[in-house]
Design a protein around this ligand. Structure first.
Ligand code: HSE
Length: 316
């Protein structure tokens, strides 16, 4: 497949780097300031080297990437709330040209899901978005394989940064501010970790899961989610929980049509008590009990594997 990759952050760059290994050709790579476009395939290494040295991948205009020759648009620009722009506009442009879209950007499918489905219906292109939920973990494809109608609930740990902070607070008896600074030093937390620690990122992922489980019967957006973060949890709360064989995790859930994210007490030895940046999703199924999917929920190469798995699901 020929890929146009829009967004050259950790995920977009990793997709471009790994695409050749998966048998694909990158015909365009764009960041917010520039692009490099070649219908025969761009030189990914030199584009990423230019990004490192000059802060931009190439001298073409960013929108040239959308107008070039490609089979799949990989949308990996940052997630934005509300109108989900510029990601949503990129999705529309590709679908209107009859091209496929693979999203790593959560915005379009969390905030404007119904519109994306409608655009897809009118297009020869398909939209896939495994990478938007839980990095490398096959969450949406598991729902698809299992059949959304046979899944009665989903819950789990869907934010690596918040989980890292809670795990470290519990293990070392440190307070929130201290561990957050450590997470930023290690590059686990973003410079602006608001989305992560306030529960927004986990809520967006739950909203996407809710949209997929609802199969069009109802459309969810962030406004439908009840969200509470971890920034006000005192270290003493984790100590108290520990005395009782429990710990605190930021749990997201989609149950009975409701989407909720918040800190919850869970037994220390429960599957949900994953540690560090690990994620987990538990599905409650109609006839087969509980199904756990766990793994790396964030990171460039990890999330890129989910993007490339989606590309592999598409036909030319
Ligand atoms: N920042 C997120 C996390 C990954 O910490 O899990 C992207 O959604």
């Amino acid at each position: 497949m020929r890929l146009a990759v829009v967004g050259a952050g950790a995920v977009g760059s990793s997709v471009a780097e790994l695409a050749g290994e998966y048998g694909h050709t990158v015909t365009a790579l764009a960041d917010s300031k520039g692009a490099v476009v070649d219908p025969d395939g761009i030189d990914v290494e030199s584009a990423l080297a230019a990004k490192r040295t000059d802060g931009v991948v190439g001298s073409a205009a960013p929108e040239d990437a959308l107008d070039g020759e490609y089979d799949v648009l990989v949308e990996a620009t940052p997630t934005t709330l509300g109108d989900a722009q510029p990601g949503f506009g990129h999705v529309r442009a590709a679908l209107e040209r009859g091209r496929h879209v693979v999203l790593a950007n959560k915005g379009p499918v969390a905030e404007r899901y119904g519109e994306v489905v409608e655009l897809e219906r009118d297009s020869d292109g398909e939209v896939l978005f495994e990478a938007t939920v839980g990095g490398a973990m096959p969450v949406l494809s598991t729902i698809d394989d299992f059949g959304p109608e046979h899944i009665t609930a989903a819950r789990g740990v869907l934010n690596g940064t918040a989980n890292f902070i809670l795990s470290r607070m519990a293990a070392e008896g440190l307070d929130y501010e201290h561990v957050l600074a450590e997470a930023q030093d290690l590059g686990v937390a973003e410079a602006d970790p608001t989305f992560d620690v306030e529960g927004t990122d986990a809520a967006l992922k739950c909203v996407i899961v809710a949209n997929v489980l609802a199969q069009g019967d109802r459309e969810y957006s962030l406004e439908d989610a009840e969200v509470e973060g971890i920034s006000t949890i005192p270290g003493s709360a984790l100590e108290l929980a520990q005395e009782d064989g429990r710990t605190i995790r930021l749990i997201g859930e989609v149950v009975d049509g409701e989407v909720r994210v918040g800190p919850r007490l869970v037994p220390e030895n429960a599957a949900l008590a994953v540690s560090g940046t690990r994620n987990i999703v538990q599905f409650e199924t109609e006839h087969a009990g509980r199904l756990n999917v766990s793994g790396r929920g964030a990171g460039g190469p990890e999330t890129a594997t989910a993007v490339l798995a989606d590309v592999g699901r598409l036909s030319e």
